[in-house]
Design a protein around this ligand. Sequence first.
Ligand code: UT7
Length: 328
Amino acid sequence: MSIRIKGTGSYVPERILTNADLEKMVETNDEWIRTRTGIEERRLASPEQATSDLAEQAARRALDQAGITGADLSAIVCATITPDYVFPSTGCLLQQKLGATNAFSFDLEAACSGLLYSLEVAYSLMKANKKYRYVLVVGAEKLSCIVNWADRNTCVLFGDGAGAVVLENVADDRPDFVIASDLHSDGSYTEILKLPAGGSRNPASPETVAAHQHSIFMAGKDVFKLAVNHMSASCRRVLEEAKVDASAIKLVIPHQANLRIIQSLAQRLDVPEDRVFININRFGNTSAASIGLCLDEAARAGRIQPGDYVLLTAFGGGLTWGAMLIQY
Ligand code: UT7
């Protein structure tokens, strides 16, 4: 048996918010946003669209490409920090939308590393039990609903979207799609990237709303340094474990948080920038959706072919981070 990627899909909402639009909302400018982050525009979901709606669109495209229906799925892992509700899980809402009546479904919260963590969980599940023939992994976010649109430190960074991957347990003896993985978390940095209120520690109240505590707080500079260090170390570890040289990688797909982070990573790994996938200019930081969005765009654009080595790496709140070398 081998566990392979059978299909990918992605979705972004239609509405585009440009840097010029943001100039009218907060004291910022296109030049600052472009040079400090690489972002030119991002997508915003409509008020009627919740995270499960974005997830559904991406999932349907992945299912179509895989040539299966929702009913074929054994499990759904949905990575998100912007669930439709605290409960029921967005995974369960998605299951209903897809008619995935044979799947058990749940959410996985690992912030921007969510898709990477979910791939590892889905892969391990399928490896352990071959009755799980098809598993859907989705990263989906409506970050626009947890952004303080008056805070220029954060509101320029984030966008909405979804990316999905269908995994299949195939009866052949090819290698699994996961060649090596390296996942970490460090709960001692919870204060530098968080949503301060709305959970059991600090439940919603008129005071938390007035203090904008239901929106993302980030100590950007601290996060920046840790992101570069941790992602590059994780990438090196998986390459070492897999005994694969960086020159053999067809494409590096990093979480899209900041173009300067991506460039520093490429430099440290000694990978030329044309072998690093970038779409942050069009979508900003979509947290758990970003790697799935990139993977699908790269595959559909023919930048990766079956058999190619692709290096995924992510970093996010928790802290969480990691890397995964896959064979597409
Ligand atoms: O996905 C999860 C992981 N997230 C990340 O990895 C993000 C990591 N961090 C970053 O990407 C960057 O730290 C930011 C893009 C968030 C900020 O860039 P920076 O180069 O670290 O800028 P800074 O926060 O140090 O701010 C520099 C200056 C400040 O002004 P002063 O104090 O030097 O006068 C800010 O007030 O830029 C100012 N500034 C802005 N100016 C115009 C901050 N935001 C803006 C803005 N427009 N939107």
